[in-house]
Design a protein around this ligand. Sequence first.
Ligand SMILES: Cc1cc2nc3c(=O)[nH]c(=O)nc-3n(C[C@H](O)[C@H](O)[C@H](O)COP(=O)(O)OP(=O)(O)OC[C@H]3O[C@@H](n4cnc5c(N)ncnc54)[C@H](O)[C@@H]3O)c2cc1C
Length: 392
Amino acid sequence: MIDIKHTVEIVIVGGGMIGAALASGLAKHGFEVVVLEQAPPPMFDPLSNPDLRISAITAASVTFLKKLEVWPRVLVMRCAPYRTQELWEYQIARVRFDAQSLGLSELGYMVENHVLKYALSQQLHHQSVPIFYKTRLIDVQKRKDTWNIILDDGTNLQALLVVGADGAHSQVRKLVNIGCYSGQYTQSCMLISVYCNYHPGDSTWQQLTPHGPRAFLPLFGCWALLVWYDQPARLNSLQGLTMTQLKKEIQIHFPSRVRTVTPLATTVLRFYRSHAKHYILAGLALVGDAAHTLHPLAGQGVNLGYRDVSALMEVLREARQNSDQWASVEVLQRYQDKRKKDNYLMQNGIDLLHVAFSHKCLPLKMVRNAGLIIADRAGQLKKDMLSYGLGL
Ligand SMILES: Cc1cc2nc3c(=O)[nH]c(=O)nc-3n(C[C@H](O)[C@H](O)[C@H](O)COP(=O)(O)OP(=O)(O)OC[C@H]3O[C@@H](n4cnc5c(N)ncnc54)[C@H](O)[C@@H]3O)c2cc1C
């Protein structure tokens, strides 16, 4: 049972990659923050094989994590920079983005989710932000100017602001009856960690096929992650194969530039598109996947989550500085205004790309490949697209 009797300023439900970052940032701005999280991140083991869950963290998100003093903690564990990003259906029509074109040393880093979560938990510990693990949420009830958070061990926490950072199936969002537009993609993806017989380099690439993209993410050492998008039935049958059989399937169905790799672990994931109808109520806000989820092909979920976190932190900090009621609906509306349109734009843009490349009809094939050729030669527009994708 949590022994906090007074009204806490901010309770964040969910201490994942987004909730923990928000807690750190708000605590730095002097807010009193308490985090409730279901499961502690596993300790980092430098000798372990890579986590199957990897996030491409863009240069802008790295800058944000540096401000939180989290990034040096990631660097002393492990991550891998990527400097180019390529996308094609046929080799002749390929878009290639590179860090140099924007004067950057890298576009971003491939980071194992459990490394980032562990780094964030270390930082919260360093800042003495209380994080309560293995909590089970029962209800979130509105009182006059506070929220009452009820846990299954009988704990009652009062908070001026509750933040739902509890992921795609957000319990907070459901308990306070915020509706959600949602849908399931027809494709799933198989994540395959592979050991390469060469250094995987610093280029991440993706071939778009009508069955779904095939992606390559370079990791530390000789490790890489392959992402195989396809129909759930096809991926389930692949999961039944031995690693030797899977290696042969990779050689047949991935571009030859993947060369010789040895698969060592796999998992299959389903993913959803969702968008909360509102991100806010009086004294309550949703951030990250609790507010929106999108197709993972562009690797944007965490990065959009960090844009939410930056916006919410800024709005709350400014309101407190101006002696405004910082948990009021008027103030939180500023956060929603800053983020909702941007998240919709990214979500719809990625869906458009996904749908356009899922069809087998010849005229559409010609148009989309012409689109890639034009995009690759688009000069300033190409740089603008890259800057937008990187959140710069
Ligand atoms: C295959 C795949 C690849 C992806 N690749 C990328 C990528 O390359 N780059 C990128 O930016 N994004 C990527 N994403 C998206 C990214 O994983 C998500 O956007 C990100 O995990 C969202 O973080 P979050 O903290 O909002 O939610 P989550 O990661 O879901 O974390 C929610 C946290 O809340 C906790 N929680 C849940 N319910 C409760 C409760 N009731 N009480 C207390 N705690 C609770 C959970 O334990 C968890 O720690 C990918 C997604 C998928 C599926």
